[in-house]
Design a protein around this ligand. Structure first.
Ligand code: NAD
Length: 352
């Protein structure tokens, strides 16, 4: 079934209001989730409310909790997330960093210990919308490690996402490179296992160190670990996210001396840069446009099904489709969303 973004926003907003969030927080978090659905990243969309309910009940997620500014050193802002909704902490901290970068040309900001930040590209898009360039390093603690280091067979990292965003040009939209540093997300291994499918390439390493495309390995008693993308390079970037986000934010790394309760806690270290402090904006736009033209002119083997796209473009294509035709949600997932909403006290007439 396909559902309109307004309907899904309404469900998410009412769920958040019913579970303790004030109007402002509910609006920010619901907007983040529904934009993730629109962009095609359903793993960070409205389907997250089931997990958030568990966290709320366990006291791992504190509604109505804004991030607090704990250090202000001009071009450095450090926030404590206080286990509030990461989407709110990310929104408020990024807005403050954009304002500071407009004054100083650059703002480095960190957020420690917020609950799930969601889709990191959202913060890149915020910066690019304001005419800024941004770079984001994120790590995950509290959740058990999922990703093996290069040549290792046991997990030592979260799926640590990385993002770089630049403002758009008249011809093309903004550049938004935003990905997890594992080849596939854990959720994708569950979907493949339930569907009885194997991956086309090895994406997992089993406890004996053998690479495998079998998703069951992630769900057996002694599970394997996800592989980082691009061998030592992706593993290195995952490691960099761990150190940059876990240490500079003060929120800690995933090393085993720290307790773990298997909720998702994120830390982020990010940079917002005003390009006008470095170069002429007309130069920037014309150079970007020429470079993107050049990249896209590379001959694609299958231009109809697999054209050369720029980072951010698949999300724009999916957003256009989903705005026009609705957001597709499988019945099984929608039933979980419905039950989560009804259990929270959301008006049943919304599901009539
Ligand atoms: P993905 O593998 O879909 O890659 C997305 C990136 O690749 C985007 O920048 C996209 O524009 C680009 N891209 C995709 N196809 C392309 C193509 N054909 N040509 C050019 N560029 C292309 O993303 P993912 O790794 O599955 O991550 C999904 C989301 O999960 C991200 O938004 C990430 O921030 C989020 N995430 C969050 C956490 C967290 O702890 N909060 C952890 C992991 C991932």
């Amino acid at each position: 079934m396909r559902y309109s973004k307004d309907y899904l926003f309404d469900l998410a907003f009412r769920f958040l209001r019913a579970t303790g969030s004030d109007e402002g927080e509910a609006s920010i978090v619901a907007d983040h989730m529904i934009k993730a659905n629109l962009r095609g990243h359903d793993s960070h969309g409205i389907g997250m409310i089931g997990m958030y309910t568990n966290y709320l009940k366990a006291g791992y997620l504190h509604p109505n909790t804004p991030p607090t500014l704990v250090k202000d050193k001009g071009s450095i802002l450090q926030f404590q997330g206080n286990l509030g909704y990461g989407q709110r902490a990310g929104f408020e901290a990024t807005a403050a960093a954009i304002a500071r970068a407009k004054e100083n040309g650059l703002c480095m900001y960190t957020i420690a210990n917020c609950c799930h930040l969601g889709r990191i590209g959202t913060y890149g898009e915020m910066a690019a919308d304001a005419g800024m360039v941004s770079i984001h390093f994120v790590n995950v603690n509290q959740y058990h490690p999922l990703v093996a280091p290069y040549c290792g067979s046991e997990a030592r990292f979260g799926t640590n996402p990385f993002c770089v965003a630049m403002p758009g040009t008249d011809k093309y939209g903004m550049f938004v490179l935003d990905f997890a540093t594992s080849i596939v997300a854990l959720g994708k291994t569950r979907v493949a296992m339930l569907a009885g499918k194997k991956f086309d390439e090895p994406v997992i390493v089993d406890p004996e160190g053998r690479l495998t495309n079998d998703p069951n390995v992630m769900w057996q008693e002694n599970p394997g670990a996800l592989l980082a993308f691009a061998k030592h390079k992706g593993s290195g970037l995952c490691f960099a996210c761990e150190l940059m986000a876990g240490i500079l934010s003060g929120g800690e790394t995933i090393q085993p001396a720290h307790p773990r309760n298997d909720s998702i806690v994120n830390n982020m270290t990010a940079f917002v840069i005003d390009p006008a402090a470095l170069c002429d904006l007309t130069f920037m736009r014309s150079e970007m446009e020429a470079m993107i033209d050049y990249v896209k002119s590379s001959h694609a083997a299958d231009p109809v099904n697999n054209p050369v796209l720029m980072p951010g473009e698949p999300e724009r294509i999916r957003t256009k489709d989903r705005l026009e035709n609705g957001i597709e949600i499988a019945d099984g997932e929608f039933n979980v969303i419905k039950k989560t909403c009804l259990d929270a006290g959301v008006d049943a007439s919304l599901f009539a």
